[in-house]
Design a protein around this ligand. Structure first.
Ligand code: SF4
Ligand code: FES
Length: 248
């Protein structure tokens, strides 16, 4: 298929940026969206032009790097997939596709489609971990009984890949779905209880310090999340936060 692409080009954080039109031809419907972008970049490099900068790594829906809006939707028109898993069969010959970076104050544009999501790393560093005794007397994880329900819910929360689509989709640029998934995956397990109070207070404080907006329960994040992270995690994080605040 032949397509017209309108892509956000921005030299660096200080550049104002603009949409630039490109044409790509002979795109197979079996290609992934990023493979289509590779075709464009090869074309640009062959002409001596600067290729479009975009983030990617695993190209199999695991790393959460491939952030971009495609026709105004984070990760594009398909449901439950990241941009790297999106296939060109979702588009029609002759389509015009708008491709832009995620827009949120806490995700400043670095170049073209690349945004700085290190704010997520700093939230993780504020409490998204457990401390384990590695002295050689470490207890076998299987020695701690965990109910099937708790294990399943913790695993579901742990599937968050930190892609930022929830933030990009939310009209408030709220990071509550991401942070609540990270809080929940530990709150549901006995290993997470030791640092539970500090974890939720510190992660929420860091989330606020990074400039993410507040949650107003629109639920847009859950709809666009490629990993199906549930809003129930936000409710759980709010309960954890209330509990921790009363203990502090
Ligand atoms: S909650 Fe979903 S949309 Fe948000 S960062 Fe995690 S995987 Fe991405
Ligand atoms: S490149 Fe890793 S999730 Fe898309």
């Amino acid at each position: 298929m032949n397509l017209t692409l309108k892509i956000w080009r921005q030299k660096d954080a200080n550049d104002k940026g603009r949409l630039v039109e490109y044409k790509v031809t002979d795109i197979s419907e079996h290609m992934s969206f990023l493979e289509m972008m590779d075709v464009l970049n090869e074309q640009l490099i062959n002409k001596g032009d600067e290729p479009v900068a975009f983030d990617h790594d695993c190209r199999e829906g695991i790393c959460g790097m491939c952030s971009m809006y495609i026709n105004g939707e984070a990760h594009g028109p398909d449901k439950g997939v990241t941009t790297c898993q999106l296939h060109m069969r979702m588009f029609k010959d002759g389509d015009t596709i708008y491709i832009e970076p995620f827009r949120a104050n806490a995700f400043p544009v670095v170049k073209d489609l690349v945004v700085d999501r290190s704010s997520f790393d700093r939230i993780q560093q504020a409490g998204g971990y457990i401390s384990v005794n590695t002295s050689g007397n470490t207890q076998d994880a299987n020695a701690t009984p965990i109910s099937k329900i708790a294990a399943d819910q913790a695993m579901d929360a742990a599937t968050c890949i930190g892609c930022g689509a929830c933030v990009a989709t939310c009209k408030n640029s709220s990071a509550m779905l991401f942070v609540s998934a990270k809080v929940s995956q530990y709150a549901l397990l006995p290993q997470g209880q030791v640092e539970a109070t500090d974890r939720v207070l510190n992660m929420v404080a860091q989330m606020d310090a990074e400039g993410f907006g507040n949650c107003t329960n629109t639920g847009a994040c859950e709809v666009e999340c490629p990993k199906g992270i549930s809003l129930e995690n936000i409710a759980r994080m709010n309960r954890e936060y209330m509990k921790a605040s009363s203990q502090g």
